[in-house]
Design a protein around this ligand. Structure first.
Ligand code: HEM
Length: 60
């Protein structure tokens, strides 16, 4: 699937990279945010990573 000329797999891959950087930074307490955001976005990351993987496999 393509949105505005960009593949959804690529968009989800970039979102996953940003979320992983956030998770490691907030988990290590380098980034001072309410820890609830670490838990919430960790779960969001689980679903965006599964969607990224499924779409990538289906596009083969
Ligand atoms: C892929 C998703 C996630 C990544 C990459 C991640 C990463 C990390 C990292 C790097 C730490 C620090 C560990 C250390 O310094 O020893 C940490 C701590 C922690 N994470 Fe996550 N995390 C993720 C998802 C979650 C989720 C979904 C939850 C809970 C629902 C969670 C709960 C915690 C807790 C309770 C700690 C310990 C905090 C503390 O020491 O005070 N994490 N995480």
């Amino acid at each position: 699937m393509v949105i505005a000329g960009v593949s959804l797999v690529l968009i989800l891959g970039i979102i996953n990279l940003v979320l992983i950087l956030f998770q490691v930074s907030s988990g290590k307490k380098w980034l001072k945010v309410n820890f609830a955001w670490h838990r919430r976005l960790g779960l969001v990351l689980l679903f965006t990573a599964i969607a990224h993987a499924l779409l990538a496999i289906l596009s083969l």
